[in-house]
Design a protein. Structure first.
Length: 204
């Protein structure tokens, strides 16, 4: 059994990656999160792009733990805000990972923006770094629009404010989709799907 480190303590991301692996029929790969390995110094995410930050995290994990490391950097890029919050999504309100504050700030910034100009995209860059130095970086995007209020109990981050363009979503927010529906449509699902061949190779 090969282990792949997911450089995250987010249990929902861990479950999402495991579902992608299972759906692809990959056996022989165990996904472990940061909570399952010894602590190591995590590099600051100083990159200018999602790809830069994903690589920073994946390189640090592969070097410290000595096993393949996968890292995701993701966020929302709002058209009316010239692509912001972008790489600052998780700390848009000034406190890292404060979803309610981040969502409230985004709503306030778009309060005067008409519906037809509320387009946005969720973006995910995933980097897979092997201890030997091989690096694979992929990107997934999910287009939609920013709602005027939060809707739905599922997901995390900006999911309750994001209504995907996909017909199957039928106007629902990302937080109103089931996990299986979200996996099939989402930015992270699209990025992770591109890594299936590399993960399958690790499984031998």
């Amino acid at each position: 059994m090969s282990s792949v480190l997911l450089a995250s303590r987010n249990g929902k991301k861990l479950a999402e990656l495991q579902r992608v692996v299972d759906a692809a029929g990959i056996t022989g790969v165990e996904i472990v999160g940061l909570d399952a390995v010894p602590d190591y110094p995590e590099e600051p995410e100083t990159g200018a792009t999602f790809e830069d930050n994903a690589l920073i995290k994946a390189r640090a994990g592969a070097k410290a733990i000595g096993i393949p490391c996968l890292a995701d950097d993701s966020g929302i890029a709002v058209d009316a805000l010239n692509g912001m919050p972008g790489v600052l999504s998780a700390r848009w309100s000034g406190r890292h990972g404060d979803d309610p504050a981040n969502n409230a700030l985004l709503l306030a910034q778009l309060s005067d923006t008409p519906d037809e100009r509320r387009g946005a995209a969720f973006v995910s860059a995933c980097a897979l770094v092997l201890p030997g130095g091989t690096e694979t970086v992929v990107r997934g995007e999910w287009r939609g629009r920013v709602l005027r209020e939060e809707r739905g109990p599922h997901g995390f981050g900006y999911d309750p404010l994001f209504a995907p363009d996909d017909e199957i979503a039928d106007g629902r927010s990302a937080a109103e989709l089931s996990p299986a529906e979200k996996d099939g449509l989402s930015h992270r699902g699209k990025a992770l799907a591109q890594l299936v061949p590399a993960l399958r190779a690790l499984a031998g």
